[in-house]
Structures are given as C-alpha cells and as structure tokens.
Design a binder for this molecule. Structure first.
Ligand code: FE2
Length: 166
C-alpha cells in the first residue's frame, strides 16, 4: 500500500472507531431530519427517511461539516451528502453485520458480493439506482454513485473526504 494511502487510512481511523461505537446504539441516534429535508426534493426526502437513523445522523454530520468548511457547496452536493449511504437501506444491516462490515475495507467487500458485504461494496451503485427510480436530481445521483470512487470529480472527492472524517 502506498505511504500516502496508508497515512490517510491511519488518519481516518479515529473517525471510523467513533462511527463503530455509535453503530452499537441505534436508539441514541438523533438525526436532524427537519434540517436535512429542507435541502432535499420531496422524492429525495422520502429516500432519506428510508435510511437507518444512524446512517441519517452520520449523513447530517457529513453535510454540516462540509457546508461549514465550504459554504459555497452546491445544492446537489449538499443533497448527495445527505443521501450518500441510501443504498444501504435496500438491505438493512443486523447489529453484528454493521460492526463486522465496518472492519472490511470497501474494495475488499466488492470481491465478496454476498449479503451484507454486497451492500457494503455496492451501496454507491444501489443508492444511485434507488435515487434514479424516484426521479432524484441527476447530479445528486452521480455524486452518490461516485462517493467512494470519485474518479476525478471534485465534488465527489470532497464528499468522499468528509465522509471519511465523520
Ligand atoms: Fe458510503
């Protein structure tokens, strides 16, 4: 693994461990849904409300942190920040799966496309398909699709960075 990638992985570790700890306490998740829904179209909002409360809470943190540092962020980037993990709602994790899949790197989970690992590995594509099916904005769909592999898209890269921080 190249040194820069290893450095990024190590830097993201505290946030990953915080997410893991929070994932054990579903009942304590208190996402600011009213704030989130104000940034979404009605159909995007319905997809957002279908997400697990822990994923919504994480999404609001990502969106608010990104907006604090980049107040000029587009409405579509803000919406994608709130919806980036919506693909996980097609098959909700059991508690032990939520912990276990968090320990498997995303690219590794794409090699074992079964059950929870399939969702872990392919949730960007699943989320994009879900949003496309309800008529979400095209830019939002593309950012959700690219949020783990930005492929040179600066907004997707920004979302990827704040997703790893929160
Ligand atoms: Fe994700």
């Amino acid at each position: 693994m190249p040194a820069s990638r290893l450095t990024r992985k190590v830097a993201a570790l505290p946030a990953k461990l915080r997410r893991l700890a929070r994932s054990l306490h579903a009942g304590q998740a208190t996402p600011d849904d009213a704030w989130a829904l104000a940034a979404l179209t009605p159909s995007e909002g319905r997809v957002y409300l279908g997400m697990d409360a822990r994923d919504r809470e994480h999404a609001v943190r990502v969106a608010q942190a990104l907006l604090t540092d980049h107040p000029q962020a587009s409405g579509e980037l803000l919406a994608a920040s709130l919806l980036h993990d919506c693909g996980k709602s097609v098959r909700p994790y059991r508690v032990w799966e939520r912990v276990a899949v968090g320990l498997v790197p995303g690219r590794v989970s794409r090699w074992v496309p079964l059950g929870a690992l399939y969702v872990r590995g392919f949730h960007p594509e699943l989320g994009a398909a879900l949003l496309s099916g309800v008529g979400a904005r095209t830019g939002v769909i593309e950012l959700v699709r690219r949020h783990h592999r930005p492929g040179g898209d600066p907004d997707a890269a920004l979302l990827h960075r704040y997703d790893n921080l929160e």
